[in-house]
Design a protein around this ligand. Structure first.
Ligand code: GLC
Ligand code: CA
Length: 556
């Protein structure tokens, strides 16, 4: 496999609205990111992915774009973005924008023109349909955020398709004019010096040839939109074309939000000249997910976590590079999800960090993860901003949960867990803003914040720094970046271990997900490269004794 500039990089996701507010209006902004570039550089990250900052009515927090060529004034100006790109470049860092092109906003001029003239050019930019002769909707698909996928096209008797929120009409990728508008926009941004894009919700762009009903899977008589996607064939034509017309011309990094790809398609997605440079591994985030709704989700225990990670690693092997995460802006905090609440502490957070960070693939850190930010205890539904949390609460109530139970169930999975403002200090508003934060802070900022992390050499922040240094260390880099990954003792309960190997070098990463010590036999004597606890592991020849929740990295 050809070496690419992004293979040995570390990525960091910024959710701009909650990152840092530079002007006191309670909303994080681009100038706030510029002010924190040195903080990020010191951490050691190279690639910064910004969730959308384009002009938007914020129905889905910026994932509903009204103008792909403009910045929302709440985030700043185009000049600010140009300065951010330039300042990043000075520090050898790269900026990725979010590419949200399965849909736009209903406030985009294309959609307004489609409403004014559904039969005209812009009507063909969307999926417009008539009601069935009996007055029912064209199909019974349920949108991701609840309710049917069809909505009346204002001022007409037609309906338009939206697989997400009704303010996010799907763009019709079958129309070559839509595709060429998308490519034009991508290249316009790449010309500005972007490093590339994170590609949003992209598996949704291909719909089946015939729009059919599927068996209803809930009381609402609707069917998960996933069923229709399974029947869609030929997405490769669009993705290959996009890669050729855009990313490949600029040697840009692209990371796809891809779910449910078929195994035989993986090389097309992320192999040599694949559609994308990388795609996220979501095997762990969908672990335990229920068809019925969040209220019915099952927890992902350490052995489930391990199984999901190893399956994903095996599926991809050395065909390409996954992007590895423990959380993002659509998920609860990874530490709250994968670590039992009673054991949540710096040591267990470091254990989880070690295990995912040294997998084969590109590590992504989500803002605040490096500080140990946790899920919030939402005191009431009034504290939810996220559209899907509000819908899932109703789903839980409809299933018979009490208000209290529904609140608890939804709190555990709410996307707002990741979206509470970054905790910079123990002071007013956690140092995020001088004004009133747009979303309430997690009350634990008094003990979990950047200021304390920076002051403490043993903090999680400094541990992430060490992980980053290790992955970049010329002595180990080839193995940690390009090496194969072989699970070690995968059947051992509450142990997660794997060996990375390249050109004769072998590195063992082993973590004990148990409160009690664990003794394991290792393939050969090892030299300690990293350890998450103060105490060293007991090593005697081929015997390794890990303390409770200990993680180690050994060169064998
Ligand atoms: C992706 C985004 C999510 C958004 C959705 C619709 O899944 O990550 O935040 O709601 O697409 O754009
Ligand atoms: Ca602001």
């Amino acid at each position: 496999m050809d070496k690419k500039w992004w293979h040995d990089k570390i990525a960091y996701q910024i959710y701009p609205k909650s990152f840092y507010d530079s002007n006191g209006d309670g909303i994080g902004d681009v100038r706030g990111i510029i002010q924190k570039l040195d903080y990020l550089k010191d951490l050691g990250v190279d690639i910064l992915w910004l969730s959308p900052i384009y002009k938007s009515p914020f129905a889905d927090e910026g994932y509903d774009i009204a103008d792909y060529y403009d910045i929302d004034p709440r985030f700043g100006t185009m000049a600010d973005v140009e300065e951010l790109i330039a300042e990043a470049k000075k520090r050898d860092m790269y900026i990725l924008m979010d590419l949200v092109v399965n849909h736009c906003s209903d406030e985009h001029e294309w959609f307004k023109k489609a409403c004014a003239d559904p039969e005209g050019k812009y009507g063909k930019f969307f999926y417009l349909r008539d009601r069935n002769p009996d007055g029912t909707l064209p199909t019974n698909w349920r949108s991701y955020f609840g309710g049917p996928c069809w909505e009346e096209l204002p001022g007409t008797d037609k309906l338009y398709l939206h697989v997400f929120h009704k303010k996010q009409p799907d763009l019709n990728w079958e129309n070559p004019e839509v595709r060429s508008e998308v490519y034009k926009n991508i290249n316009w941004w790449l010309e500005k010096g972007l490093g590339g894009f994170r590609v949003d919700a992209i598996i949704n762009i291909k719909k089946p040839e015939t729009f059919a009903d599927y068996p209803a899977d809930r009381e609402d008589g609707l069917s998960n939109v996933r069923h229709m996607l399974e029947d869609a064939r030929g997405i490769g034509k669009f993705l290959g074309e996009m890669q050729k017309e855009t990313f490949s011309r600029y040697d840009a990094f692209s990371v796809g939000e891809v779910f449910n790809e078929r195994k035989e398609e993986i090389p097309n997605y992320i192999g040599e000249n694949g559609y994308f440079s990388s795609m996220f591994d979501f095997a762990e985030t969908v672990c335990g997910a229920s068809e019925k709704g969040w209220y019915d989700n099952k927890p992902c225990l350490p052995d489930d976590y391990k199984r999901c990670v190893f399956e994903a690693q095996k599926r991809v092997g050395t065909m390409g590079f996954l992007s590895n995460i423990i959380e993002n802006h659509d998920e609860p905090r990874g530490v709250s999800r994968y670590i039992p609440a009673e054991d949540l502490c710096p040591a267990t957070k470091k254990l989880l960090a070690t295990m995912y960070f040294l997998l084969r693939g590109i590590p992504f850190i989500f803002q605040g993860q490096e500080l140990g930010m946790e899920n919030r205890n939402f005191p009431s539904t009034a504290e939810f901003d996220d559209v899907s949390s509000i819908d899932e609460y109703q789903v839980a109530l409809a299933a018979g949960l009490s208000g209290e139970e529904a609140l608890r169930a939804v709190s555990a999975y709410s996307r707002d867990n990741a979206r509470t403002p970054v905790q910079w200090t123990a002071g007013k508003n956690a140092g995020f803003t001088e004004g009133t934060p747009w979303l309430n802070l997690n009350e634990n900022y008094v003990r979990i914040n950047a200021e304390d992390n920076l002051a403490d050499p043993d903090s999680l922040y400094h541990y992430y720094q060490k992980l980053i240094k290790l992955r970049k260390d010329p002595a180990y880099k080839d193995t940690l970046v390009y090496g194969t990954l072989t699970p070690y003792l995968p059947e051992e309960k509450n142990l997660m271990a794997y060996i990375r190997e390249e050109g004769g070098q072998r590195i063992l990463v082993a973590g004990n997900f148990d409160r009690n010590p664990k003794t394991v036999t290792i393939p050969s004597e090892g030299r300690l490269l990293l350890n998450n606890l103060e105490e060293a592991p007991e090593m005697c020849g081929e015997t390794l004794r890990l303390a409770g929740y200990q993680a180690v990295v050994l060169e064998l």
